[in-house]
Design a protein around this ligand. Sequence first.
Ligand code: SAM
Length: 404
Amino acid sequence: MLDQVAQKSKFSAYEYPHYIKYMGSKTKIMDFVIDGINDVYDGGMVLDLFAGSASLSGALRNQVAVHSNDIQEYSAVLAASYLTAYSDSKTPSSEEILGKAERIVKEHLHVVTDELKYNNIDGLENFNEVEKSNRYLIELKFDYDYHLFSKNYSGTWWTAEQCIWIDALREVAEQYKRSPVYPVIISSLMYAMAYTSQGTGHYAQYRDAKTISSMKDIMIYRKREVSHYFNRKYNDAIRDIPESENIKGHKFTSLDFSDCLESFDGGTVYADPPYCFVHYSRFYHALETIVKYDYPELQIKGGRIVKGRYRENRHQSPFCIKTQVGNAFERMFQGVRKSQSNLVLSYSKNGMIDIEKLEKLALEILGRKYELDLLSRDYKHMTLGRQGDRHRDVEECLLLAKHK
Ligand SMILES: C[S@@+](CC[C@H](N)C(=O)[O-])C[C@H]1O[C@@H](n2cnc3c(N)ncnc32)[C@H](O)[C@@H]1O
C-alpha cells in the first residue's frame, strides 16, 4: 500500500527543524536530491546510507518508510526525531524537563568555584587563566554520576557551568527513555550544544583567545545559556511533530555502509559519502559522546591528551583515505547491485576520487543491469564515461542508477 502511494505521488522536500550545524549537509540542495530520488524510485524503502544530520529523513518524513544509517550513532537519534517521534498526553513540556535539570544543576554548581567564573574578567591574561582553570576540571574526581561533559569539556567549547547544564539535561533525558520524544530531547540538547559552543560549528578545535577581539567574541558564547537554546528548539520541535505515530516501518542503524547494504532488502539507496580527507568522527566527536555517554578514553599523543579531546579509536572512513576510497566505492556499487536496489549517489568534482574513475567503476559494476545517468544541479543530464563532457565543471552531481 505504502509503495503504491509513494509510487504515484513520489516525494517532495518537506520543511523540517534543524538540530545541528553539519558540514556537507544536503539541506540547501534537498530539492535536487529528491528530484534524483524521484527519477529512480520504484517502490520499497529509501535507504539513506550516510545519513549524517539526517536531513533526508527530515525532508521525506511521512512520505515513505526510511532506513537511516550512518556509522555515527548521533545520526540515528536525529533521524528518529524526524521519523518516529510523536507527542501524546504524556509528552513532557520543556518547563518540566528544564525544571528537573535546574534542580540537578543547583546541586552541582559548587564545582564552579570563583576562579572558574567569567563575571569579573579584567583583561586577556585573566580571561585565559579562567579558561585554564575550567579545563583543569579534567583532573578532578567527581562524586556524582552524569559529570562526563563537566569533567572532559569544561573550558573547551563550553564553560564548566554550561557543561553542568549539558550533563543535567542528559541525565533528565534518560528519565524519558521510553517516551516517543526521547530522541527529540537529545536532539534539542545537541542544538543547544551547537549554539552555545565557542567553536565554528564543529568540534575539531576550540578557539584560543589570542587577542582582545577574539576574547570578546568567545565571551559571547561563554555567556549563552544552554537552557535557553534547549527550550527554544524543544518547543519548536514538539509543535512540529505529529500527534500520533505516522508511517511505520522506519529503521535506524549505525553500521558500516557495506554491512548495511548486506542486510538491505532492496529499494532505493541514497548515498552521500564524505568527499574529503577530514573524518566526521573528529569533527563531531562531542555529539557521539553526548549520545553514547560512555566516558570514553581520550586520544593521547606524545603522552598528553590531545587538545580536541577526541574519543580514542574513533572511526576512520575509507572514503576519506586516498588509498582506500576506490575500493570503498567498489564495495558500495557491489552492495547496491546485490540488493538489486536503485541508487542516487551525491558527489563533487573536488572529491577524493576522480570523477572519471568513479564513473568507470559504476559502469563496470552496475553497467549491464542498470540504466545510468548523471544529473547536474542545473538539471542537465550528462553522458557517463565520456571525457571532456560539460560536467567536469560541475561542483555537485548526482549519479543515478536505475535497476532494469
Ligand atoms: C557528507 S556526510 C552526509 C551528510 C548528510 N547527507 C546530510 O545531509 O547531513 C557523510 C557521512 O558519512 C558517514 N560515514 C563515513 N564513513 C562511513 C562508513 N564507513 N559507513 C557509514 N557511514 C559513514 C559520516 O559519519 C558522515 O555523517
